[in-house]
Design a protein around this ligand. Structure first.
Ligand code: CS2
Length: 479
C-alpha cells in the first residue's frame, strides 16, 4: 500500500500577522487558533498568528513541513469531525533566534500577544501573586534584554522596544488556568518592568491592557495512535493534529488596546466586563475535580478520566463534592446554572472518545493546587462548611507525590517541586509527619490554611486512610 501523503496547506490567501502567541501546544491549537480562524472567516481582519515555542523545536518540526496547517479533530461520543486550520502563518523557536521573536513582537502590525504557557510559565508566587525575582529565568532575563528565556521576559522587553519606537503596546492575553489571569499577568510584568526600568513600568501600567480570560476545552496530549487514526480516516499524515472534545467556552474581559481584537464574539466567545465569576466556576468545578480525579483515579489504577468516572463510586464522589463543597463557594456567573454546569461536566468527563490520562492532569500539582482546591477549602473553613472531599483530594496529591503507587511501582511525578516534595515525603515515617512535612511547603500551602487545625486533621485522616485502604476503598467508604 502506498504511504499516505503529508497534509499540505491550501493556497487560500493569508491574513497578515496580528497576533503573536507564546506556547504552541495542543490547547492553543485546539482552542485559540480555531476561534481566531473562524472569527477571520466570518468578520475578516489581519489576525494571522505567528506562534512561538519558548523551548523545544518539536512542534515547529511537525508544523512547518505542512505549512503550519493542521487538523483539529472534534471527538464526540458518536464520532469524529475533522477541520483543517490554516490561521498560523509561521512558528519560531525562541532559543534559536530570540531577536527575531522580539522584533516580531515589536512589529506595529502585532496588536495582541496571547499566551498558553501553563501555570509555571508565569514564574509567580501563588501566595503573594508577585513575580519570583529569584527565579533563574527571570534573573537571566533582567540581565539579557536581547535574549530572554521566559514569557514574562519576552513580553516586557518587547513592550520596551515598542515604547522606544513610539509604537502603542500590544494587549497581553493570558489563556492559562490561573485565577484572575489578566491582572496576575499584569502584576508579574509590572514587577519585571520595575526591576528593569521604572519608566517602562509606568508606561506599561498606563498604556497596556491585560484582559482576563476563562478558557475551556478538554484537550489531551496527541498520541501516535491519534495520528494513525487520523491518517486512516482522512488519508493524510498530520503530525501536528489535535484531539479535543466538542465543548468549548471562552469568556474574555473586553478591554483591549484601541479595542483592537478579532471578532471572537461572532463565533461564540463571551465578551464581558467581569470574567472572575466564570473563572472561579471553571477553575473550581472543572479543574478542581479534574485534579481530584487525576490523583485518586491514578492511585486506584485508572488510566484516563473517562475510566475513572465510569466507576460509579468516583462519579458519586465528585457529584457530592460539587454540590456540598464547591458550588456553595461560588459567586453566580451571569447566565450560568451552576448545578446544570456540573452535570454537563460529568457528561464531558464520561466521553469515552477522549482519552485524557490521569497522569497528564496530575502533572505540576504544586502549581495547580492553590487555585483548584486550596482557595475552595479556605472559603469552606471560613464559612464552617464540610471539607471532607477536598481534604481527600489534597491527601491524594500527597500520596501521589510520594512517588510509589498502591502496587509498589514507581510513579513518574512531573512537577517543578518534585524533588522537594519527594524529600519531604521520604524523610518521615508516619502518615501524620509526612502530611505535616508537606503542609510546611509554603510555595504550595499558605500559612493560614496549613496551620488550620480542622484542615490538618481532615487531611491527615484522609491520608492515613488512603495509605491503609487504597484510593478506591476510601472513595467507596465516602459515598
Ligand atoms: C486539566 C486542564 O491538565 C489539566 O490540568 O485540568 O488542562 C483541563 O483539561 C482544561 O483546563 C479544560 O479546559
Amino acid at each position: 500500500m502506498p504511504a499516505n501523503p503529508r497534509l499540505t496547506r491550501s493556497n487560500a490567501p493569508r491574513p497578515k500577522v496580528g497576533i503573536v502567541h507564546l506556547g504552541p501546544g495542543a490547547f492553543f491549537r485546539a482552542f485559540n487558533a480555531p476561534f481566531t480562524s473562524e472569527a477571520v472567516a466570518k468578520s475578516g481582519g489581519d489576525w494571522g498568528i505567528l506562534t512561538v515555542s519558548l523551548r523545544s523545536p518539536d512542534i515547529r518540526d511537525k508544523l512547518k513541513p505542512q505549512g503550519c496547517a493542521y487538523t483539529s479533530v472534534t471527538l464526540a461520543p458518536d464520532g469524529a469531525q475533522y477541520t483543517v486550520i490554516e490561521v498560523i502563518n509561521g512558528i519560531l523557536v525562541a532559543p534559536e533566534d530570540p531577536r527575531a521573536v522580539l522584533d516580531t513582537m515589536a512589529d506595529p502590525d502585532v496588536k495582541i500577544v496571547s499566551l498558553t504557557v501553563t501555570e509555571k510559565g508565569y514564574c509567580y508566587n501563588s501566595a503573594t501573586g508577585g513575580l519570583l525575582l529569584g527565579h533563574p529565568d527571570i534573573a537571566h532575563d533582567l540581565a539579557h534584554p536581547d535574549a530572554p528565556k521566559s514569557a514574562i521576559g519576552y513580553i516586557t522587553h518587547a513592550l520596551n522596544l515598542r515604547r522606544m519606537a513610539g509604537v502603542a503596546p500590544f494587549s497581553v492575553l493570558s489563556c492559562d488556568n490561573l485565577p484572575n489571569n489578566g491582572p496576575l499577568t499584569r502584576a508579574v510584568v509590572l514587577d519585571f518592568a520595575r526591576a528593569f526600568d521604572a519608566d517602562l513600568a509606568d508606561w506599561i501600567a498606563t498604556h497596556c491592557r491585560f484582559p482576563a480570560t476563562m478558557v475551556d476545552r478538554i484537550t489531551p496530549a496527541t498520541t501516535q495512535s491519534d495520528i494513525d487514526a487520523l491518517a486512516a480516516a482522512q488519508g493524510y499524515v498530520d503530525n501536528a493534529c489535535v484531539m479535543h472534545e466538542p465543548f468549548r467556552q471562552w469568556v474574555i474581559t473586553d478591554d483591549f488596546v484601541n479595542d483592537d481584537r478579532p471578532d471572537w464574539g461572532a463565533v461564540g466567545a463571551q465578551l464581558v466586563s467581569d470574567v472572575e465569576p466564570f473563572e472561579l466556576m471553571k477553575l473550581r468545578c472543572l479543574n478542581g475535580t479534574h485534579s481530584t480525579l487525576a490523583y485518586l483515579g491514578y492511585l486506584a489504577g485508572y488510566e484516563t478520566i473517562s475510566e475513572t468516572v465510569a466507576d460509579p463510586a468516583f462519579a458519586r464522589f465528585i457529584t457530592t463534592l460539587w454540590a456540598d463543597e464547591i458550588i456553595p463557594t461560588l459567586p453566580q456567573p451571569e447566565g450560568e446554572d451552576l448545578t446544570a454546569y456540573t452535570q454537563s461536566l460529568l457528561r464531558r468527563y464520561q466521553n469515552p472518545a477522549i482519552r485524557h490520562k490521569t497522569w497528564q492532569i496530575a502533572m505540576d500539582g504544586s502549581q495547580k493546587l492553590p487555585q483548584r482546591l486550596l482557595g475552595t477549602l479556605s472559603d469552606n473553613l471560613k464559612a464552617g462548611r464540610d471539607i471532607a472531599g477536598l481534604s481527600l483530594a489534597v491527601a491524594g496529591w500527597m500520596r501521589y507525590v510520594g512517588g510509589v503507587d498502591e502496587k509498589g511501582a514507581p510513579i513518574d511525578v512531573k512537577d517543578p517541586l518534585a524533588a522537594q516534595l519527594r524529600a519531604a515525603y521520604d524523610s518521615h515515617d508516619t502518615p501524620e509527619s509526612k502530611v505535616a512535612a508537606l503542609l510546611a511547603i509554603r510555595d504550595v500551602f499558605p500559612a493560614g490554611l496549613a496551620e488550620n487545625a480542622t484542615f490538618r486533621a481532615a487531611v491527615t485522616g484522609a491520608f492515613t486512610q488512603l495509605c491503609a485502604n487504597g484510593a478506591r476503598a476510601t472513595i467507596q467508604g465516602m459515598t
